[in-house]
Design a protein around this ligand. Structure first.
Ligand SMILES: [Zn+2]
Length: 104
């Protein structure tokens, strides 16, 4: 039981570490025509970056993000996937704790 409580404690601390997260994926489009594959007559190499995500109603949404924020937002997306894994582990650990308590 002590092991389980310690494991839970570790997981909660890990969750906090990755709690700065966002869901979605980053893609880029031409800054002029707004398409992934540029159709402009005079090509520009300038790209606009956006985050595509699903809101709480599962509707796909797009938000433009400044290029300077890309590294930070990429990190936040990675944090989200780590957080989800940790949440699953927290649930499993709590279930183990319940089982242990029921055996007493
Ligand atoms: Zn274009």
């Amino acid at each position: 039981m002590k092991d389980l409580v310690e494991r839970l404690d570790k997981l909660l601390r890990a969750f906090e570490k990755y709690s700065d997260f966002v869901r979605g994926s980053i893609n880029s489009v031409c800054a002029k025509c707004n398409r992934a594959y540029c159709i402009c007559e005079t090509k520009t190499s300038r790209r606009a970056y956006r985050l595509t995500y699903k809101n709480s109603e599962q509707k796909t949404r797009i938000v433009y993000i400044p290029e300077s924020r890309l590294p930070k937002i990429r990190k936040m997306i990675a944090n989200y996937s780590k957080s989800r894994k940790i949440i699953e582990q927290i649930i499993e650990t709590n279930i183990e704790i319940f089982k242990n308590e029921a055996r007493r």
